[in-house]
Design a protein around this ligand. Structure first.
Ligand code: SF4
Length: 325
């Protein structure tokens, strides 16, 4: 397959230099960038999947406080791992993370493998994540392709590249002397300059090599969000809160703990109303303070233990808003 951008070795070298100089000066100061420890690189990459950087930062610190090493994570109970993940959503990631930690401790004596092939064999690690860990933590010359890189490549080349063509283009551009930095710089460019709807081409370090200079902006319309209303009961007694556990075979957040649904009363106002979004649904959530017993099978959990419980993101949000945690 022939290179699709920039066409000459000289231009590619210019692209690499311009991008890396810009990254060295302007990269965001993010906590996972202070270390090349593969455990930390891996953790940040898994947390950042489908989750905004700002939402990840506090969870990243707290998760490392609870599980500072891969051995501690491997030895933890699943409920503790889910509790530390609470608020990040997509809980399958946390279960896979836990399974991969066990595999690294069991099969690799606690040392992350550096080759992409061995990384790919671990639970929850796909082509993107294996390339990110291999390049950032181990300096392996493999390119990454995520949504940000894909957009930059489309605009740089002026072509809608597909599938394997994207990976080939990314690998052709890669600076093999600084592969981890180069990959992070491509993602940073897409996240902060070559943004989906309004690329800031005038501040772009590689504008001189770009085929479109912003003409190829996103054409797809955002997916319309569905609206739903939902009521929850907040039952407290003697320093305990009533929670219910989602079914172990539920398609969403199996086994996680949440407030029981219901509790509304026509005679009173809800204690609070808040908004919450899960994937393509926007929820209007009403929380009712209940004193009467509810017809649910739940468990009274002491408030002091709530931080160790695998709460759903919404339950955590409600308990925070109610000043309970
Ligand atoms: S010049 Fe504009 S469109 Fe091209 S890569 Fe830079 S920000 Fe993206």
């Amino acid at each position: 397959m022939s290179p699709v951008l920039p066409p000459t070795t000289h231009d590619r070298r210019n692209f690499q230099r311009s991008l890396l100089s810009w990254y060295d000066l302007y990269r965001r100061d993010l906590p996972w960038r202070v270390s090349r420890d593969p455990y930390r690189v891996w953790l940040s990459e898994i947390m950042l999947q489908q989750t905004r950087v700002t939402a990840v930062i506090a969870h990243y610190h707290e998760f490392l406080r609870r599980f500072p090493t891969i051995e501690k994570l491997a030895a933890a109970r699943e409920a503790s791992v889910l509790a530390a993940w609470s608020g990040l959503g997509y809980y399958r990631r946390a279960r896979m993370l836990h399974a991969a930690a066990k595999a690294v401790v069991r099969d690799h004596a606690g040392k992350f493998p550096s080759a992409t092939g061995a990384l790919l064999a671990l639970p929850g690690i796909g082509r993107y994540t294996s390339a990110a860990i291999a390049s950032i933590a181990f300096d392996q010359p493999v390119a990454v392709v995520d949504g940000n890189v894909e957009r930059v490549l489309h605009r740089m080349s002026g072509r809608r590249l597909g599938g394997e063509e994207l990976w080939t283009a990314a690998n052709d551009l890669l600076d093999a002397k600084r592969p981890g930095d180069f990959n992070q710089a491509m993602m940073e460019l897409g996240a902060t300059v070559c943004k989906p709807r309004a690329p800031s081409c005038l501040t772009c370090p590689v504008i001189a090599l770009c085929a479109t200079c912003g003409e190829l902006t996103a054409t797809s319309k955002p997916v319309p969000q569905k609206k739903r209303e939902i009521n929850y009961a907040l039952n407290c007694r003697n320093g305990e809160v009533l929670l219910v556990q989602r079914a172990r075979d539920a398609s969403l957040m199996p086994g996680m703990w949440e407030l029981p649904e219901g509790g509304m009363s026509s005679a009173s106002q809800p204690q609070m109303t808040l908004r919450h979004s899960i994937t393509v649904t926007d929820y209007k959530v009403r929380v009712w303070c209940c004193v009467a017993p509810l017809p649910v099978v739940g468990k009274w959990i002491p408030v002091g233990r709530l931080k160790q419980v695998a709460l759903t993101g919404l339950a955590r949000k409600i308990l925070l808003a109610a000043d309970i945690i």
